[in-house]
Structures are given as structure tokens and as C-alpha cells.
Design a protein around this ligand. Structure first.
Ligand SMILES: Nc1ncnc2c1ncn2[C@@H]1O[C@H](COP(=O)(O)OP(=O)(O)OP(=O)(O)O)[C@@H](O)[C@H]1O
Ligand SMILES: [Mg+2]
Length: 389
């Protein structure tokens, strides 16, 4: 068979699943990897491998065995040193091994953004002991947010309102961090008006942007996202200038999800994913080319056309509320019958549920983002996870 390219996908969740679809449409062969069998992207890929991607030895073995043209990470928790090793041997790591290493560690990306690149960020300090946490909080003031330097999806993160809560926050961060660096970032709490993800594509033909995506987070996980986020053209220009600086520094080709807080006219850089972003799932209904299509095109060195917004759109998540491996979805008919706009669903077919595990997403497009948001939420709540045990 004549494939366009061979891709080893590291992480096979719902974002990986949509990426497989996009890559396969362009003729790629995809081998999907994750720590468990039956993961969403594996169900659609040409082949799959089950192993923990933080295990450097097994990761290297999988890369050597498949000898892919591209290694495409879908998640953060990967033994990134191995990515640097294989990149040195000529495998293309997407977007670059350096980008995966820098963004896996909050301190590295923050030092780059706030330090070298001079972007506006919240005030922050790093701390490796409770005493240093206290010192950090004196610098940021209260409230402040304490996060392990290595963690994602809000894990180990807490907002602290006063001196007395610092100790619990430090222990919580240490207990929920990934890896073995007992290090946290103490960050000034930004009382933002809203937060956005700016999907930024670094491609052979230059840097491109999608219209900003607004989102709402709970427990460190996104609940709803919408596009376009209402934002002044000056604020968009400021965010774009900052995003361009970071992605040009990180290098390589691919789509990045650059996160900002906006307060008044001030745009504050928060962090970024060097890959499609979960809040970007709204592009499955809002854009002619979704974030996965754009990622695939950029990786393959293809041109990126002007992105066309089909109309104001929103996504809302469908969550499980307990642990089970015997369950089914119900209510798809009711969800897709919601009136007032275009409605669609993505159901991830994960093999098991957990409390708050994302099992699907409802998508809506309507006359304005408020209506789209309300339709997406209605459709999401019409889908129910029914447990059979
Ligand atoms: N300094 C802050 N001030 C106010 N809110 C914050 C701050 N830091 C984080 N948050 C809130 O917590 C959310 C998650 O934080 P952040 O993006 O830093 O962590 P994360 O664990 O990497 O999450 P993810 O991997 O899901 O993007 C943010 O989107 C924002 O809503
Ligand atoms: Mg984030």
C-alpha cells in the first residue's frame, strides 16, 4: 500500500481519535499507542500498541519497531527524553522534541515565556518546600494558585485564599504530581474576565490562527467551549503576537493550543499544548477544517488555507459519574433532535467510565455563541450514561 506517511500516535484518547480520522483522510498509516487496550483512537487506527508511555524503554522499542516518519504525541505524560533521542536519529517528533519537553514542565515553559520571550504572565515563584511556598505566596499575594510543575488537567492544583491553607495545598500538589521533582509553581490568581485558547498553526507556509475559543473550566477540566470568543481586535492582535513568539521559539510544524487569560484590555499568557487542545473540539462543528485537519496538514508540510468559520458554535462535555466497565449511552435521539441550530455528537466509546471521565461531547452551531452554548448544553445533557452493573 502506498501511504502518505507512517505516524506513531502517542496517546489514543478522543483527540487522538479525531486526529486519526484527519490523518487517514490524507492517506497516512497510523499506529495508535496508549496504556490500555480499546482506547478511542486505537479503534480506528491501522494498528495499535499497548504500553505505558512514561516507560522510556518500551517507548523506544515501539518507535524502533515501527520506524515511523512522524511521532505525534497526543498527551503530555510521555518519556520525552526518548523523543529527543529519536529526533537526533532523524525521526520527526511533532512539533519538536524540545516543545514536548518544555511544555511538560510548567517551570520550563514559564521561564521561556516570561523570561526569554518577555510575555505578560501572572506573578509567580517556584517552591520546593513549604517554606518556599510561603515565601512564594508573599510574592504573589492572595489568592494564589499552587500547581505541581509536572501535572495536567488540573491535577494537584488548588487555589489558596490565605496563609493557613498553604500547607494543605503544598501536600496536595506533592501527592498529585507526576514524576519525581517535588516542585510547584505558586501563581498569582488572575481574576480574569474570560479565558481563551488561541489555536495557532505553525506550518511550512507560516504561522496561522483560528478565531479565539472561549471556555469554562471546572476542577481543571473544560466543561464548555465556544467560538468565536468575543474579544477586541487589539486583544486578539496581542494574543496572536504572543502566540507567534512562543510557537516560533518551540519550532517544528503542527497546531498548538495557546491559553490566555483576558482582563480588561490586558492579555495574560498562561500555558500551551503543542498539539490539538480539548477546548478546540468545538472546531469539529465550527470550522471547515477542524483542529485535527489543520494539525495533520501542518505535520505533512501541506499548505494551510484561510480557516473559514461556519458560524458561532459551542461544545459541551458528556461526563460519567461513576466507575464501571458495563454501561451504554442513551438519549442520542433526543440530543440530535434539539431544535434551534445544527447539532452533532462525538461519543468516544471508551472501555470504562470513571467519575468525571469525558465520554463524549455535544456540538452546536447557531445564530450566536450564547444560543450555540445553550443548545450544546441541552444536547449534552440529553445523552445519558446508563450503568449496567
Ligand atoms: N493563575 C490563575 N488564575 C486564575 N485561574 C487559573 C490560574 N491558573 C489556572 N487557572 C484555572 O485553572 C485552569 C487549569 O489551569 P492550567 O491550564 O494551568 O492547568 P492544566 O492542569 O495544565 O490544565 P489543562 O492541562 O487541562 O490545560 C485554567 O484554565 C484556569 O481556568
Ligand atoms: Mg490549561
Amino acid at each position: 500500500m502506498a501511504f502518505t506517511a507512517k505516524i506513531l500516535l502517542l496517546g489514543s484518547g478522543e483527540l487522538g481519535r479525531e486526529f486519526v480520522i484527519a490523518a487517514k483522510r490524507l492517506g497516512c498509516q497510523v499506529i495508535a499507542c496508549d496504556a490500555y487496550a480499546g482506547a478511542p483512537a486505537m479503534q480506528l487506527a491501522d494498528g495499535f500498541e499497548v504500553f505505558p508511555m512514561l516507560d522510556g524503554h518500551l517507548l523506544r522499542e515501539a518507535i524502533d519497531r515501527h520506524n515511523p516518519d512522524f511521532v505525534v504525541p497526543e498527551i503530555e505524560a510521555i518519556r520525552t527524553e526518548v523523543l529527543a533521542e529519536v529526533e537526533a536519529l532523524g525521526v520527526t517528533v511533532v512539533p519538536s522534541a524540545r516543545a514536548t519537553i518544555m511544555t511538560m514542565n510548567r517551570d520550563r515553559i514559564r521561564d521561556l515565556a516570561a523570561g526569554e520571550l518577555g510575555l505578560t504572565t501572572s506573578r509567580y515563584r517556584y517552591a520546593e518546600s513549604l517554606d518556599e511556598v510561603r515565601e512564594g505566596a508573599r510574592h504573589t499575594g492572595f489568592p494564589c494558585v499552587i500547581k505541581p510543575v509536572m501535572s495536567s488537567s488540573g491535577k494537584g492544583q488548588s487555589t489558596v485564599r490565605g496563609e493557613l491553607e498553604l500547607e494543605a495545598a503544598w501536600h496536595y500538589a506533592v501527592a498529585n504530581m507526576r514524576g519525581d521533582r517535588r516542585r510547584v509553581i505558586v501563581e498569582q490568581f488572575v481574576d480574569f474576565d474570560y479565558e481563551i485558547t488561541l489555536l495557532t498553526i505553525r506550518a511550512r507556509d507560516g504561522v496561522h490562527f483560528c478565531p479565539p475559543i472561549g471556555h469554562r473550566q471546572e476542577r481543571g477540566d473544560y466543561q464548555e467551549s465556544w467560538q468565536p470568543a468575543a474579544m477586541s481586535s487589539q486583544a486578539i492582535a496581542d494574543a496572536q503576537a504572543m502566540a507567534r513568539k512562543v510557537v516560533d521559539d518551540l519550532g517544528g510544524y503542527g497546531l498548538f493550543g495557546v491559553e490566555f487569560f483576558v482582563k480588561g484590555q490586558e492579555v495574560i499568557f498562561s500555558e500551551l499544548s503543542p498539539r490539538p487542545h480539548d477546548t478546540g473540539m468545538v472546531t469539529l462543528i465550527s470550522q471547515d477544517l477542524n483542529e485535527f485537519d489543520l494539525h495533520a496538514r501542518a505535520i505533512l508540510g501541506l499548505p494551510i488555507p484561510e480557516v473559514t468559520l461556519r458560524g458561532p458554535s459551542a461544545s459541551a462535555v458528556i461526563l460519567a459519574d461513576r466507575e464501571s466497565d458495563r454501561f451504554r449511552y442513551e438519549g442520542q435521539d433526543k440530543a440530535l433532535a434539539v431544535q434551534g441550530g445544527a447539532i452533532d455528537l462525538r461519543l468516544f466509546a471508551k472501555p470504562t467510565t470513571r467519575v468525571y471521565r469525558r465520554m463524549g461531547v455535544a456540538l452546536a452551531r447557531a445564530g450566536d455563541t450564547d444560543v450555540a452554548r445553550s443548545l450544546a448544553v441541552q444536547a449534552a445533557s440529553a445523552v445519558r450514561i446508563v450503568y449496567e452493573d
